[in-house]
Design a protein around this ligand. Structure first.
Ligand code: ADP
Ligand code: ZN
Length: 217
């Protein structure tokens, strides 16, 4: 089963992608995480990507499509995969289509812009292992220290308030058309993001179970 998670930055789609992974036992492919890893390893495309990411802009399609192409060709993707953060532009959605990759389900986590800005202020990340936290929704049990590897947590450059507004603008102009594209294909389900993470999880899993039941028929 091939699934796409859509949603504005900070909508919590990454967390829901992990929940779906646990249920279906297929890998989560997060383009953001892969790009940050490439940047940390200082590969050529990683360093190029970092310039855009730090400014809160989208990384050029050629780079991101290259990353996805390589990743979905790996054997662990044979039984399916969950795309978190891809596609974000029409060119990327068209690539998936033209490559003949079947998309079974697209879950859009909807959260208003006001709530997004409020939430992004609480995001923290571990610079060493990449673990993500939120002061309120997913705190580290060690405070500002990573619970996995003991590094001090940081705020991602692109989570700074002035950058967040730009990212939202880009989301509306570039990614909303992708939502319409899948809606027209009849594979889009919208989940309203809730203040309580556990509620969003419940609604997301409900949507997934409904889909699985209907696919079996
Ligand atoms: P968020 O969900 O908070 O936006 P991500 O980790 O998904 O965070 O993405 C971080 C950054 O990585 C984006 O702001 C963008 O610069 C880059 N990026 C990730 N996925 C894509 C994509 N599909 N197309 C272009 N840029 C991307
Ligand atoms: Zn860590």
């Amino acid at each position: 089963m091939n699934i796409i998670l859509l949603g504005a930055p900070g909508s919590g789609k990454g967390t829901q992608a992990e929940n779906i992974r646990e249920r279906l036992n297929i890998p989560v492919i997060s383009t953001g995480a892969i790009l940050r890893e490439a940047a940390a390893e200082r590969t050529e495309s990683g360093l190029k990507a970092k310039e855009y990411m730090d400014r809160g802009e989208l990384v050029p399609d050629e780079i991101v499509i290259g990353v996805i192409k390589e990743r979905i060709a790996k054997p662990d993707c044979e039984a399916g995969f969950i795309l978190d953060g891809f596609p974000r532009t029409m060119a990327q959605a068209e690539y998936i289509d033209e490559a003949g990759v079947r998309i079974d389900l697209v879950i859009d986590i909807y959260v208003s812009d006001g709530k997004i800005t409020e939430r992004m202020g609480g995001r923290r990340m571990c610079p060493s292992c990449g673990a993500t936290y939120h002061l309120r929704h997913r705190p580290s049990h060690r405070g500002d220290i990573c619970g996995r590897c003991e590094s001090r947590l940081i705020i991602r450059n692109d989570d700074k308030p002035e950058v967040v507004l730009d990212r939202l603008k880009i989301y509306h102009s570039q990614t909303m058309p992708v939502k319409d594209f899948y809606s027209k294909k009849g594979v889009l389900k919208t989940v309203e993001g809730q203040d309580e993470l556990s509620e969003t999880t419940r609604l997301t899993m409900e949507t997934l179970e409904e889909f699985i039941a209907s696919a079996k028929k």
